[in-house]
Design a protein around this ligand. Structure first.
Ligand code: SF4
Ligand code: SF4
Length: 107
């Protein structure tokens, strides 16, 4: 039988999301800190975010920005979190979190 660890690198976002669902609270907190750590170099520096005053991060996990309105270029595709979590969308700050975008595709 194949373990989740072995399947993880090639799993889809939806499969990975299910694997993360069994995490403990402390594992979940560590994962959230990891997302924010990487996010600051991508969301924090992208053209869409520049000049908006937005300080929130991790829109792929936490959902839309309350500040950002206009799409001027997205760096999510270059962020390691996209690869780690097999994220296949962009502009999470204006479109919503990955889980919502995944669910929208199934409607
Ligand atoms: S989601 Fe994309 S467009 Fe929005 S702030 Fe992050 S990198 Fe920029
Ligand atoms: S994928 Fe985008 S929103 Fe998510 S952590 Fe990376 S830069 Fe931030």
């Amino acid at each position: 039988m194949t373990s989740d660890d072995e399947r993880f690198p090639t799993a889809s976002f939806e499969e990975k999301f299910k694997m993360f669902a069994v995490m403990t609270d402390s594992q979940r907190e560590a994962a959230a800190e990891n997302v924010i750590h990487f996010c600051k170099d991508y969301c924090g520096k992208c053209p869409t975010n520049q000049g908006t005053g937005e300080t929130a991060r991790a829109f792929c996990s936490l959902g839309k920005s309350e500040v950002i309105q206009e799409q001027k270029g997205c760096l999510c595709g270059q962020c390691p979190i996209s690869k780690t979590m097999s994220l296949r969308w962009d502009y999470y700050c204006t479109q919503g979190k990955a889980l919502e975008l995944s669910e929208a595709e199934r409607r």
